[in-house]
Ligand binder design. Structure first.
Ligand SMILES: [Mg+2]
Length: 429
């Protein structure tokens, strides 16, 4: 394909034949902590979950070298390394770094797909010539990350003609690496990679492949399609055969094109088994407020709510109404018929969600809507937006502990992605 033909193609249409980058932060959470606190640099460090220090959710590259991995128990880690330092995860901080990173990426291409909190795909087919080719571009991206985020932060970048191979490539020279997979070196790369190095083959699929005599990527490439279809069915059979051939026609879903939010929700795990009914109600109310905030931020109203209470009993319910709502109190009122706290002696987990969403401009004004109520809500939202959620709260919550808003599930949460998309829609290439 000539360069001129490429330029006339819309960038989101063609994949296999373009130029795709996969950028992956090295030891993301730990490096951000080490960047923040120089005392922790060059030392084995474990990042633990916010509520409890029993499990390591991320480790620094120094800790990884010793064999301290994600999921290690802290007592096991201390047996390996008695000097190990621990810090609690701070997702607000990681989310901020991630946002800065996205801003940097946008200087190089408008087509950026968030894959996880520390990974993106970028289609640079139409822009890499502006930087004198992908290698110069990739080095410039690395430099900007160190200048704008921190000198301790490094990324590994894979270059290839599709997402599948770009992702495989980024793992090859970790940390701080660059690797390109081309049609010419694909065979060599495949011969020294494991089946599970490829995104799309997990342990479960690996075992099933082993069962039909396939132990390597090269064997997968050469496997007759019928054998794969027999074991995995038509769809997955083709999918795996394509992996073997290094073919991936999956297109990037750019984060600036807002995904359609189908529901918003929030789960919260109380710090202890909670027996006090007022405290339980306050927490439910507060989560309803959060769901309301999420709805209003994406300019939607809901007419279905769901609640989950986990504890001495499991209470689960959902209800659809004929009218739409988006305030915390309305969400709470809609949830109220769904639970009876007398059915449970204690509660540990609370989940609230709202579904059946509609754009506000498409919803009929409710009888109870008034201009005054709406403008009050708008003012409260503006203050909460500036000073953090729950700065202004219902009087019922006056003495309740403030929840810490954690972007839970980050990229899995379409609400977060949409928020980000809305923040970035002013982008012009
Ligand atoms: Mg990473």
């Amino acid at each position: 394909m000539s360069k001129t033909t490429r330029l006339h193609l819309p960038s989101r249409r063609h994949r296999d034949g373009g130029q795709v980058l996969h950028i992956d932060f090295d030891s993301f959470f730990a490096s951000v902590e080490q960047q923040d606190n120089p005392v922790l640099r060059n030392k084995p460090l474990g990042v633990t979950a916010t509520n409890g220090r029993t499990c390591i959710i991320a480790s620094s590259r120094e800790a990884k070298k010793l064999g301290i991995k994600t999921g290690s128990r802290t007592y096991e880690a201390f047996q390996i390394c008695p000097d190990l330092k621990l810090v609690s995860a701070n997702f607000v901080k990681y989310f901020d770094v991630s946002k800065k990173f996205l801003k940097i990426c946008q200087n190089f291409s408008p087509d950026v797909e968030l894959f996880s909190i520390d990974e993106v795909f970028m289609d640079v087919t139409l822009t890499n010539h502006l930087f004198n080719g992908p290698y110069k571009m990739v080095n410039k991206i690395k430099k900007e990350i160190q200048e704008k985020i921190g000198e301790y932060i490094t990324v590994s970048i894979g270059i290839s003609h599709n997402k599948l191979l770009a992702k495989l490539a980024s793992g090859i020279n970790k940390p701080d690496g660059i690797f390109e997979i081309t049609k010419n070196n694909l065979e060599a790369v495949y011969s020294r990679s494991e089946l599970t190095d490829v995104c799309g083959i997990g342990n479960r699929i690996k075992l099933r492949l082993n069962k039909i005599g396939i132990y390597t990527l090269i064997q997968l490439r050469n496997a007759p399609i019928n054998i794969l279809k027999q074991e995995f069915g038509d769809f997955e059979g083709h999918f795996l055969k394509n992996i073997g051939l290094g073919i991936d026609s999956d297109s990037l879903s750019s984060f600036t094109s807002s995904p359609d939010v189908k529901s918003v929700g929030r789960n919260y795990c109380l710090p202890k088994n909670e027996y006090n009914k007022t405290v339980i109600l306050q927490n439910i109310y507060e989560l309803c407020e959060e769901v309301g905030i999420k709805l209003r931020r994406v300019n939607k109203k809901a007419r279905t709510v769901g609640i989950f209470l986990g504890g001495s009993a499991r209470i689960k319910g959902r209800k659809t109404y004929s009218y739409f709502f988006s305030s915390g109190k309305e969400v709470f009122d809609a949830c109220s018929p769904l639970f009876n706290l007398n059915e449970t002696s204690y509660v540990r987990q609370i989940g609230i969600w709202a579904g059946n969403l509609e754009d506000v401009q498409n919803t009929p004004l409710s009888l109870f809507d008034s201009v005054k109520k709406n403008s009050l809500q708008k003012t409260v939202d503006e203050i909460n937006e500036r000073f953090g959620d729950h700065t202004i709260r219902n009087g019922f919550l006056l003495y309740a502990d403030k929840l810490t808003t954690v972007p839970n599930g980050y990229m899995a949460d379409k609400y977060e992605r949409t928020k980000l998309a809305l923040e970035n829609t002013n982008y012009s290439p």
